[in-house]
Design a protein around this ligand. Structure first.
Ligand code: ARG
Length: 429
């Protein structure tokens, strides 16, 4: 008999095919590689040419990763033998078609994660499909491991949008550790950014946030070392003076900051700058991955930490109690679908129709006070507010709201609960 808690070991060789969309070695002749310029995908660029005797087209996508030099990335791809190297600026599409719907859905997974990576992957994979077709590729390659969420998001997208394309995920299959990768890089003249001495954090970022994983972050008892915060100012070093900023929304979309109208990309960048300066948007949490693992993540989400609470507050102001209660449930469902790689699931589009309908009313201004790591709502105004200061005031009575009617309401409102309570008390003795 086996112990139920014992973990059975599944043995597979690198070429065991476990899904119909995975490429067999003989089927690959031209590969579209999702190329970041980092160590893994640079090793892959070379390795695919050797291992499959295939041509590689490199595709790098700009979703607003701060401080990236795309000319350098493109040059590196060409130097490593890519037959073509494309860089696509997808910031506008990302902001408009992915981040804005997330704002309308108050999208947070696991109470803390604003989904920046999860929102980026379906767009990256969609563009990979587009460019693979344009360049006559038969296969798409990506650098995800077999333990994370990104493999699910990318492969689910490819399998949905382009059933004719195959996928290879060399990092998932190859048995190279970091040392061997560095050795392989040295032998093949692949430059190693930041040197080989220190294992870097595993970083993913775009204009909606940044994540760090790996190294001491995997030790749950290890409080964050300062060097992990490459984006947000540490709250203890943030200015001693608070700053209040006014975010204006039209139909759920942020359109202006402090009275200045901005395009959506510029607005997200401006919100990020404000958060960065005031130490806003640091998250350190445990997350339930799709594949069953738990992971500790450190996020820096300065724009989301300002815009999401502002949007949620305005939405609460213009919605009824029933809308507000119901929407929270749908928001959670939306966030989970997107987290779990099901961006193309029709339910997500159905939910978006509801989000859009509710957000028709979400117009107005929210004041956010930023101070040493905190972003707090301090003012709100909307032409659509379901709020009447005359009715709500504690100072006067009468008018449309009769306080005399309240006891009658309470008696009926609590009727069933009181009956059940009494019956159970009697039965229970
Ligand atoms: N845990 C987050 C997610 O699943 C962030 C993942 C970061 N991705 C990465 N390749 N480092 O969306």
């Amino acid at each position: 008999m086996t112990d139920a808690t014992e973990t059975p070991v599944v043995r597979t060789t690198p070429h065991t095919r476990t899904a119909s969309y995975l490429a067999e070695p003989g089927e690959v002749s031209r590969v579209l590689l999702l190329y970041s310029g980092g160590l893994d995908t640079s090793v892959m660029l070379k390795w695919i040419q050797d291992e499959y005797d295939a041509e590689v087209v490199a595709l790098t996508i700009n979703l607003g990763q701060p401080g990236e030099d795309y000319d350098v990335v493109k040059g590196k791809a060409e130097q490593l033998g890519a037959v073509a190297a494309e860089v696509v600026d997808a910031r506008e599409e990302f902001a408009r078609e992915y981040v804005v719907p997330a704002i309308k859905a108050n999208a947070i997974y696991g109470l803390a994660y604003p989904l920046f990576t999860a929102l980026g992957r379906p767009l990256i994979a969609k563009l990979a499909v587009e460019y693979a077709r344009r360049h006559g590729c038969d296969t798409i390659a990506h650098g995800c491991t077999g333990k994370g969420n990104d493999q699910v998001r990318i492969e689910a997208t490819i399998a949905t949008l382009a059933p004719e394309l195959k996928v290879i995920a060399p990092v998932r299959g190859w048995q190279m550790g970091r040392e061997e990768e560095i050795e392989y890089a040295r032998r093949n003249g692949i430059p190693i950014k930041g040197g080989a001495e220190q294992t870097p954090y595993s970083i993913d970022d775009n204009l909606w946030g940044r994540s760090s994983e790996g190294r001491w972050i995997e030790d749950l008892t290890h409080a964050p070392d300062d060097d992990v915060f490459q984006l947000v100012t540490r709250p203890e070093e943030a200015p001693d003076e608070p700053q209040t900023v006014e975010i204006e929304f039209e139909r759920g979309v942020p359109v202006a900051i402090d009275g200045e109208r901005l395009g959506i990309v510029a607005l997200l960048e401006r919100a990020a700058q404000l958060g960065i300066a005031h130490g806003v948007g640091i998250v350190d949490h445990i997350e339930d991955r799709i594949v069953g693992l738990k992971v500790r993540d450190i996020y820096e989400v300065p724009a989301a930490a300002i815009l999401l609470p502002a949007h949620a507050e305005l939405e609460r102001l213009v919605g009824t109690i029933h809308q507000n209660q119901f929407k929270g449930e749908l928001d959670r469902k939306w966030a989970y679908l997107v987290y779990a790689g099901l961006w193309w699931e029709p339910l997500r589009t159905d939910l978006d129709a509801y989000m859009d309908s509710v957000n028709e009313q979400v117009t107005g201004k929210i004041g956010m006070k930023l101070y040493k790591g905190m972003a707090r709502v301090v003012t709100r105004e909307s032409p659509n507010a379901v709020y009447d200061a005359q009715l709500a005031t504690f100072e006067t009575s009468g008018g449309l709201f009769s306080q005399q009617a309240s006891p009658g309401f309470i008696e009926l409102w609590s009727l069933q609960s009181r009956m059940a309570y009494r019956l159970r008390a009697e039965r229970g003795g």
